[in-house]
Write a protein that binds this ligand. Structure first.
Ligand SMILES: C[S@@+](CC[C@H](N)C(=O)[O-])C[C@H]1O[C@@H](n2cnc3c(N)ncnc32)[C@H](O)[C@@H]1O
Length: 284
């Protein structure tokens, strides 16, 4: 796809600020974990940690914790891919808000298919395209400096698409309209996201701290289902991953790569004002 003008991708001052944030981002929790096996994630982990990493020789403690956090983050991406349904090597997938491309590479490895990733950070797109070149995958896994609200991808061409922790930067009605346009009928959309609990009111103090930390806008749980229903996306699976992500945060809080946001996440999850959800939906 031809690269559009920056002003066509970053249409608002808000999008420009998000782009600048990710262009400048060098957070050790993302870089050091990615260096474990070359899959760079900007999302959180799920599953039971092996707490034996906290024991043993002090000199290698950090290395063990980092490898374990990375294993949990990759397990999260594997679970997302589990819900994409029946994808074959001839299919095409989209990673919307792809970061440095970790989930895209895992999808190609699992399904052998074409994957396009879009991000509003040119830095991330360049990083991920370099990784694709190093893996000899440039023809199969491609990253684009594009806005996920207007990707430029063809209509009805995708077997599957997802947002891995990137829905909180955009209006969900606009986002799902674009996914719905790109997906074939019968295609599958999956997101993993934090959302606030409508039952406990608006954004709690801890959720506001998360929004401030990332300059994002966590949506209400109900908003996802309203916006899907309005855009021909019909949920088939909803998983509450809150209990499965808390141990990741507890381990991360004890590591040298803790970024300071750990308390806000743990408080929000424990007080039930925030949920970590996977939603899979069919394009009808
Ligand atoms: C928390 S990171 C998640 C990255 C990736 N999905 C992962 O799991 O590693 C959020 C990503 O959303 C991207 N993003 C935010 N707003 C976007 C938009 N309007 N269009 C495309 N990407 C966007 C950011 O550039 C960043 O790559």
């Amino acid at each position: 796809m031809p690269t559009p003008a920056t002003t066509d991708v970053l249409r608002t001052p808000y999008q420009k600020s998000i782009s600048e944030y990710w262009d400048a981002e060098r957070d050790p929790v993302n870089i050091r974990l990615g260096e474990v096996d070359g899959l760079f994630h900007h999302h959180y982990g799920i599953g039971e940690p092996d707490l034996s990493v906290l024991e043993g020789p002090a000199e290698t403690r950090e290395e063990r914790i980092i490898a374990e956090l990375h294993r949990l983050e990759s397990a999260q991406a594997e679970l997302l891919l589990d819900h994409l349904g029946d994808v074959g090597p001839e299919d095409r997938l989209l990673d919307a808000g792809c970061g440095r491309g970790g989930t895209s590479f895992m999808a190609n490895r699992r399904f052998g298919c074409d994957v396009d990733g879009v991000s509003i950070s040119q830095q991330q797109v360049d990083f991920a395209n370099n990784q694709a070149a190093e893996r000899d995958l440039s023809g199969k896994v491609r990253f684009h400096f594009r806005n996920m609200l207007d990707t430029g991808l063809p209509t009805g061409g995708l077997r599957g698409s997802w947002n891995n922790e990137s829905t909180m930067y955009v209006d969900l009605f606009e986002l799902f309209a674009e996914h719905s346009r790109m997906l074939k009928v019968g295609g599958r959309y999956v997101c993993v996201t934090g959302c606030y609990n409508d039952l406990t009111g608006g954004r709690s103090k801890a959720v506001i701290q998360i929004d401030e930390r990332y300059t994002c806008n966590v949506h209400a749980r109900s908003e996802y289902f309203k916006a899907m229903a309005a855009n021909r996306l019909t949920p088939i699976t909803v998983l509450d991953l809150t209990a499965a992500t808390i141990p990741y945060w507890e381990l991360r809080a004890q590591s040298s790569v803790a970024s300071g946001v750990e308390d806000a996440f743990l408080t929000a999850y424990r007080e039930n004002s925030f949920h970590y959800l996977l939603i899979a939906a069919d394009r009808i």
